[in-house]
Ligand binder design. Sequence first.
Ligand SMILES: *[C@@H]1O[C@H](CO)[C@@H](O)[C@H](O)[C@H]1NC(C)=O
Ligand SMILES: *[C@@H]1O[C@H](CO)[C@@H](O)[C@H](O)[C@H]1NC(C)=O
Ligand SMILES: *[C@@H]1O[C@H](CO)[C@@H](O)[C@H](O)[C@H]1NC(C)=O
Length: 198
Amino acid sequence: MKFLNQVSFLVTLGFVIGAIATPIAYTPSNVKRDLASIESVLTSIGNQVTTLDGYIKVASPNPTQIVNASTALVSTIKSGVSTVQASANLSDIDALGLVSPVQTLSKNVNTTIGDLIGIKSTVDSLKYGCTTYEQLQDQLTQATALSTALVSKVPASLQSVAQGLAKGITSAIQNGVTAYNGECTSTAAYLEFDSRDV
Ligand SMILES: *[C@@H]1O[C@H](CO)[C@@H](O)[C@H](O)[C@H]1NC(C)=O
Ligand SMILES: *[C@@H]1O[C@H](CO)[C@@H](O)[C@H](O)[C@H]1NC(C)=O
Ligand SMILES: *[C@@H]1O[C@H](CO)[C@@H](O)[C@H](O)[C@H]1NC(C)=O
């Protein structure tokens, strides 16, 4: 009887602790919120990438608009890094939920960088090669920070997968950096260089 009482006390206690602990630490809505906030970071970045691509693809690209959109993209990624860093660790399921949004963003970034590489001769003739190179480096720095932040929120067993996916984004930007490498020292020099020199 005494034994049974203890068992029943422990069961009751366990039940109560479970009932208290669950809503605080493990409620799916908590996890969902972090997944949702990370998803919305990826969406905002994607929207800004699309805006940038829009300015790159017009018949007569306006460098001021491109630089402006690129600067906005860099700050969007930067604030996204803070959001991701502040979010809780993700469960396996939630981490898997990020696969598709990261792939979508990666594709979007790759297209945009491809378009930016495609207008390189125009960018050069407008003397924006060096500015573009610097912007790409800023994007790469921030995208790398975003990748590190994302990977740190993913369960250890999925981290190498996450790293591989995020690499799609940074590799695409790296292609742009490589394409515009040397622009700051070449004769296709940039605007500030010209105005300083005059
Ligand atoms: C520059 O970007 C901001 C924010 O993205 C936008 O509101 C503004 O209209 C842009 N200006 C130009 C000249 O494109
Ligand atoms: C990235 O875009 C280039 C074209 O700009 C394409 O050749 C390449 O296959 C794309 N890479 C990925 C991983 O989609
Ligand atoms: C979050 O996950 C990372 C990587 O798996 C781990 O190093 C860290 O300790 C975890 N943090 C918490 C609060 O569980």
